[in-house]
Design a binder for this molecule. Structure first.
Ligand code: TRH
Length: 412
């Protein structure tokens, strides 16, 4: 498998951070900023707040909205936003107000209802806040932002209204998706340019490698990033990389898979800064970076193992082959979602490459043994498809932009 191509053009390391792009509301937009409250209950891990924070930053920086985020778990949030203070009930970061949502009934010190209210992933809004929404002179646009699914039914349910049983309020279901007729997925306006700048700049890439692991990868090595839940297939993967004919550089952000990597190398832990080698495998433990820094890891790698929702989306925008560890649900409810994503992503792949990809994704999600050699054989086709797919996905439109458009139609 090829290593990341290195055309030289020394520029400063770019960032896809939406807050770096302080674009005001586009010309012609009303000057009074739309106020938006986003409510986020963290179920586990980082995806709930990861999606909400990315959306908040985009609505603020690209659409000029005044955004307030209510979040109940500041520890999870701080991992991807290190400037967040854990002990503050209310703080402003990059122009966005963050409220520690410390009790289900809490809705800020002073109850102010926004023009747009987003309840993320069907979290329950504070009852006093809903009552105040009903009393507002003009009812707010109330959005239930759902989890991402690539399944076909999503387009039928996207933007369906749901009248409140008691109040004169209507909640609208907003469904992210990978196909036409859905809400799309989040994509910052400057993301492609930031990636292109990183890929074009040898200096930026070398600087990234120096700060991440202290050295650049050997020429000809395949670079793999590994972000996953605990996964029984990881041992087989590590053995295949160790015994493979070509060198593999493995980059492992600290997290739930780190314990298994440590055990493989006979180490007590695989924290940031750890380096271990066996056969053809050279593995590095990475610090969990702030959210905007994660993209560069995806761009620096030849193939990305991702999970959940937000990293799954970022891997698609990175336009590199990737392997998805889907969030496991009871009764294997996640498996049709995995196959639905494969349907979209693999659509135009040659039959054998498509089959190899599907087998690998299934094995990484519990069915069978992952076959790295097959992935490697089909790498050129998978890389071509990754680029093509990023273009197809962009046609669905960015979720924040789609949400802003819908909202404006409701606020008229
Ligand atoms: O962390 P996740 O597994 O999150 C979720 C939650 O489990 C949630 O309950 C579930 O419903 C949802 O998945 C589907 O995976 P995800 O969505 O990829 O979120 C990880 C976030 O962490 C994402 O925003 C990228 C970010 N991240 C960093 O900011 N820095 C890092 O170093 C890494 C590895 C990730």
């Amino acid at each position: 498998m090829p290593s990341t191509a290195p055309p030289s053009n020394p520029t400063a390391a770019p960032t896809a951070d939406a807050t770096a792009d302080q674009t005001a509301a586009p010309p012609g937009e009303p000057s009074a900023a739309i106020a938006c409250d986003i409510f986020c209950a963290v179920i586990d891990n980082f995806g709930d707040i990861g999606v909400c924070w990315r959306l908040a930053r985009q609505l603020a920086s690209e659409h000029g909205w005044q955004v307030r985020v209510f979040v109940d778990d500041l520890h999870a949030f701080q991992k991807l936003c290190p400037s967040l203070a854990l002990d503050r009930a209310r703080q402003t970061i990059g122009g966005i107000v963050v409220e520690h949502w410390h009790a289900p009934a809490h809705a800020g010190d002073t109850l102010e209802v926004a023009d747009v209210v987003i309840e993320a992933f069907a979290c329950e809004l504070p009852p006093i806040y809903v009552a105040a929404m009903a009393q507002r002179e003009r009812a707010p646009v109330w959005i239930n932002l759902e989890y991402l699914s690539a399944e076909d039914w999503v387009a039928d349910f996207h933007l369906r209204p749901s009248p409140h049983p008691r109040y004169p309020l209507v909640k609208t279901f907003f469904f992210p998706g990978l196909g036409p007729g859905t809400g799309g997925v989040l994509k910052e306006r400057n993301l492609d340019a930031a990636r292109a700048a990183f890929e074009a700049s040898l200096a930026a890439r070398e600087a990234w490698w120096r700060q991440a692991v202290g050295r650049t990868p050997p020429v000809g090595a395949t670079v793999v990033s590994l972000f996953a839940y605990e996964n029984p297939a990881v041992d087989s993967m590590l053995k295949q990389w160790r015994d493979g004919a070509e060198p593999v550089v493995l980059l492992v952000p600290e997290g739930r898979i780190s314990g298994a990597v440590a055990r493989f190398f006979g180490l007590p832990a695989f924290a940031a800064g750890t380096h271990a080698e066996r056969g053809g495998l050279s593995a590095h433990g990475l610090a969990f970076t702030e959210q905007s820094g994660y993209d560069a890891l995806l761009w620096a790698s030849d193939i990305n193992f991702v999970r959940g929702e937000d990293s799954f989306v970022r891997a698609q925008w990175a336009a590199r082959p990737f392997v998805w560890h889907i969030y496991p649900q009871a009764d294997d409810a996640h498996l049709p979602k995995l196959d639905a994503a494969l349907e979209h992503y693999g659509r135009t792949l040659p039959v054998d490459a498509r089959a190899a990809l599907a087998r690998f994704w299934h094995a990484w999600n519990g069915a069978g043994e992952p076959d790295w050699a097959a992935m490697r054989d089909h790498y050129p086709a998978l890389q071509r498809r990754a680029v093509e797919w990023a273009g197809e996905l962009a046609e669905v439109g960015d979720l924040a932009g789609n949400l802003a458009l819908f909202t404006k139609s409701q606020l008229k």
